[in-house]
Write a protein that binds this ligand. Structure first.
Ligand SMILES: *Cc1c(COP(=O)(O)O)cnc(C)c1O
Length: 450
């Protein structure tokens, strides 16, 4: 099985041999349009053929430098050796029993790993699901069951998924919520400490934002009614916003003082992405519950809620689950992904990626007024683009930079409430030469804005 792994065999190079998208991708796009719902969009409409290491090859033979990892999923690389080996072995044994019918060891082993890897040395339990949104929904169910309260507090620029409850938790209307209401009740949104856009500047941002958030919760909701506060320690779809230092500890303390379950949504920021197992470790936060997905299983669908035993166990037997949650093949893949993260020390790799990217992007920021800010940690780095000399978001320049990169063979993603953030989420196993070449193209794209 391992000999078949094409990861290392795939040439680690950028190669553009047709127009983007090429003729085969264009043919497939016609079929896609005729068969696939229009609501399922694509950032870069080339069709994938193979991927591994730091590249993605399309059906026309173009090879893209991958600075997106399928949105922070293939952190260990596509079809990583240990993921393929373990998932393939599991495929031969059994593909499904439903853990609620007949449990299996892999599910337990993933939960044991989650207990070891997540912050805090208290007793923990986990439950496994299929998607990030499902994990967030279940975290809310668990917090409500434990506290006997209903309200959920979320933050400006937050993203938590596309199901009915998680749409309500998500801040941004287009494209996630438009036309899909009514949304779930008992959801309250408060300010987040966004240093670049804080009205009085970054210096007092943490204290002011925390005071406003706490005041709104206390006065508008009543702390005694709040089951959970849900926050991304490093906000993903909102624009890779790092809350000003001090904000998260203050909110976590408020939650603790008021019997509110503090939920860290680490679906995008977790599993080595920021150079630590979880982004909340950066300020020593120990969440009551933590939601994970994306990077957890090397590309197979798996998600988890992990947290304090007394909170997790508050739910009655049979109250949590789902047909496929914690599928045995996905669990095997997760164990392979976690093995890879440990063996290759991918936290160190993520920090190295930051060391390479940040200085180069800072230098570009000095030359190009369109870059308002460079931010992020580890391999979760972004540039926020503005009209030079102002803080006015420039979403056109952002699209133009992404388009230029795509045409030149570099897969980048955009993000942000204002659509004006270019984000970089390279696989943690990307080669340094390839990463630097990708940044050369980003620089060309900025220069081409004129
Ligand atoms: C992607 C994401 C989700 C939703 O995960 P899905 O697997 O797409 O349902 C939730 N929270 C955060 C922070 C995310 O980045």
């Amino acid at each position: 099985m391992t000999e078949l792994s094409k990861g290392p065999a795939l040439p680690q190079e950028r190669r553009v041999v047709t127009a983007i998208p090429g003729p085969k991708s264009q043919e497939l796009a016609v079929r896609k349009q005729a068969a696939v719902a229009a609501g399922v969009g694509a950032v870069m409409p080339v069709f994938a053929a193979r991927a591994g290491g730091g590249v993605l090859e399309d059906v026309d033979g173009n090879s893209f430098i991958d600075l997106g990892s399928g949105i922070a999923v293939t952190s260990v690389g596509n079809s990583a050796e240990a993921v393929v080996r373990r998932a393939a072995a599991q495929l031969e044994l059994f593909t499904h029993t439903c853990v609620m019918v007949t449990p299996y060891e892999g599910y337990v082993e993933v939960c044991e790993e989650l207990a070891k890897l997540t912050p805090g040395d208290h007793a923990k339990r986990s439950a496994l699901f299929n998607s990030g949104a499902e994990a967030v929904e279940n975290a809310v169910k668990i917090a409500r069951s434990y506290t006997g309260r209903q309200a959920v507090v979320v933050f400006d620029h937050g993203y938590h998924g596309r199901t009915n409850l998680t749409m309500a938790l998500t801040a941004k209307n287009m494209p996630y919520k438009q036309g899909f209401g009514p949304f779930a009740p008992e959801v309250y949104r408060v300010p987040v400490a966004y240093p670049f856009r804080w009205p009085t500047g970054p210096d007092n941002c943490a204290e002011e934002a925390a005071a406003q958030a706490i005041d709104q919760i206390s006065k508008q909701v009543g702390a005694q009614n709040v089951a959970a506060i849900v926050i991304e320690p490093l906000l993903g779809e909102g624009g890779f916003i790092e809350p000003a230092k001090g904000f998260l500890p203050r909110i976590a303390e408020f939650a603790r003082d008021n019997g509110i379950v503090f939920v860290a949504d680490e679906i995008q920021s977790g599993f080595c992405r920021t150079g630590q197992w979880f982004a909340c470790e950066d300020e020593g936060i120990v969440p009551d519950l933590i939601t994970t997905a994306k990077g957890i299983a090397g590309g197979l669908p798996l998600a988890a809620v992990t947290g304090r035993a007394e909170i997790m166990d508050a739910v009655h037997s049979g109250g949590l689950g789902g047909t496929y949650g914690g599928n045995p093949v996905a669990c095997a893949a997760a164990l392979g992904a976690i093995e890879t993260m440990r063996e290759l020390d991918l936290n160190a790799k993520a920090r190295r990626i930051e060391e390479i990217m940040k200085p180069r992007l800072e230098k570009m920021a000095q030359q190009h007024g369109v870059i308002g800010e460079v931010r992020g940690r580890g391999a979760m780095i972004a540039v926020e683009l503005v009209k030079p000399g102002t803080k006015e978001p420039d979403s056109e320049a952002t699209s133009a930079v992404a388009r230029h990169c795509h045409q030149a063979g570099v897969l980048v993603l955009t993000t942000g409430t204002y659509g004006n953030v270019v984000r970089f989420l390279p696989p943690l196993v990307i080669g340094e030469d390839l990463l630097n070449e990708g940044l050369d193209v980003v620089e060309e794209a900025l220069a081409s804005l004129g």
